[in-house]
Design a protein around this ligand. Structure first.
Ligand code: CAA
Length: 384
């Protein structure tokens, strides 16, 4: 057993940490207030090679996929990026895990060669369209239709809560290709955002991760070439859930990043904030809070690394990914809440970052499967 990162991953961690310090530390607050992502940050992350981490070398990737380290590398980078900016973090996570990893694992070489090089270089941004108004936790009840018509399909439906909807160049869309009402009717398609009939009808105004875009995507008689079907008809739900196993590891990394930010900021503040003629870090009430926070960060990170390692080695990881996401998202919420408490009045002010961590942490218990869904996945595995 080895609890050390190898040299390649250590270098990557160092690069991501430096990038987050220089590019995101001050920008995160500005982008949150403006509720807008600076897309030049995404391009800069691509220049660092982050967008290539989950893509095979053959299709423009970085080599981490071929070395069975894609998920571990993604986690390491995502923790650092999210430590500074969760809005940037989710944009990168969806691009890398829900889009590029799905395409890498399930699509034909023809699709991969047409789309993945631009995803690896960051020239294009990817998004994942599963959720609908009536299909959140019950994702299998989605109603978007894809009707075969010769050499193409016609897609109709409305997707909700789509991360990067308005920025994305390409969508992966889950739609029903037959009508028995079961999950085996669902298929996955690659849809170009510029295809006639695709429109962005709404941008959500959110509590947290405000700089990331979360949109409603409408598909009205969208003509999609038949060779943009991923795999075969009827396996779209399996593809969607398998992809979410990987996506949940990415959200665990996001949550670990937010939790770590909360601890680090709270430690710094507690050492300098004087009350009753001493730094508040001298009080056991504060020390015990910091101890509980630090323990939760480490426990979550270990669960995250285990899930990432399993996935990189092609081993089953549904339960482990759910455990990592559940533990990390609860740690993020716990740590951010305690950080606000340690900061006191200042923690409630927008002058400090901890109020943002508190708002950003909340979504990690909701998207890519609520905490309740993670408990369903874990308990089914435990009882099997
Ligand atoms: N991998 C591969 N296949 C899987 C799977 C997995 N992890 N989990 C289930 N399946 C397969 C099953 O084997 C089954 O296939 P068979 O019929 O051949 O056996 C099929 O999928 C249906 O499985 P279930 O019967 O378990 O499905 P269910 O309807 O009971 O749902 C659920 C289970 C766990 C609740 C699932 O619906 C779920 O995870 N819901 C949450 C959805 C979610 O996470 N949405 C997030 C949207 S993405 C997002 O947040 C957007 C963003 O941009 C950040």
């Amino acid at each position: 057993m080895d609890f050390q990162l190898n040299e390649e991953l250590k270098t990557l961690q160092d690069t991501a940490r430096k990038f987050a310090e220089t590019e995101l530390k001050t920008k995160a607050r500005e982008m949150d207030h403006a509720e807008k992502l600076d897309l030049s940050v995404f391009k800069k992350m691509a220049e660092q090679g982050f967008t290539a981490l989950t893509i095979p070398e053959k299709f423009g990737g970085a080599g981490t996929y071929d070395a069975h380290m894609a998920n571990q590398a993604a986690c390491i980078v995502l923790e650092e990026i999210n430590r500074r900016c969760a809005s940037t973090g989710v944009t990168l996570s969806v691009h890398m895990s829900l889009f590029s990893s799905l395409m890498t694992k399930w699509a034909s070489d023809d699709i991969k060669s047409r789309y993945l090089p631009d995803m690896a270089s960051g020239k294009k941004i990817g998004a994942y369209c599963l959720s609908e108004a009536g299909a959140g936790s019950d994702a299998g009840s989605l109603q978007t239709r894809a009707k075969k018509n010769g050499d193409h399909y016609i897609l109709n439906g409305t997707k909700l809560w789509i991360t990067s909807g308005e920025y994305a160049d390409v969508f992966i869309v889950m739609a029903r290709t037959s009508d028995t009402g079961k999950t085996k009717d669902i298929s996955s398609f690659v849809v170009d955002a510029k295809a006639p009939g695709v429109s962005i009808s709404k941008k959500e105004k959110k509590m947290g991760i405000r700089a990331s875009a979360t949109n409603e995507v409408v598909l009205q008689d969208v003509k999609v070439p038949a060779n943009n079907l991923i795999g075969e008809e009827g396996i779209g739900f399996k593809i969607a859930l398998d992809t979410l196993d990987g996506g949940r590891i990415g959200i665990a990394a996001q949550a670990v990043g937010i939790a770590r930010a909360s601890v680090e900021d709270a430690v710094e503040y507690a050492k300098t904030r004087q009350q009753f003629e001493q730094p508040i870090a001298q009080f056991q009430a504060i020390q015990f809070k910091l101890a509980d926070m630090a323990m939760r960060v480490d426990a979550a990170r270990l669960l995250m690394y285990r899930a990432a390692w399993l996935r990189d080695n092609g081993l089953p990881c549904g339960k482990e990914a759910a455990m990592a996401k559940l533990a990390a998202s609860e740690a993020a919420n716990y740590c951010a809440k305690e950080a606000v408490q340690i900061f006191g009045g200042n923690g409630y002010s927008r002058e400090y970052d901890v109020e943002r961590y508190f708002r950003d942490a909340r979504i990690t218990e909701i998207y890519e499967g609520t905490s309740e869904v993670q408990r369903i996945v874990i308990s089914r595995a435990v009882l099997a």
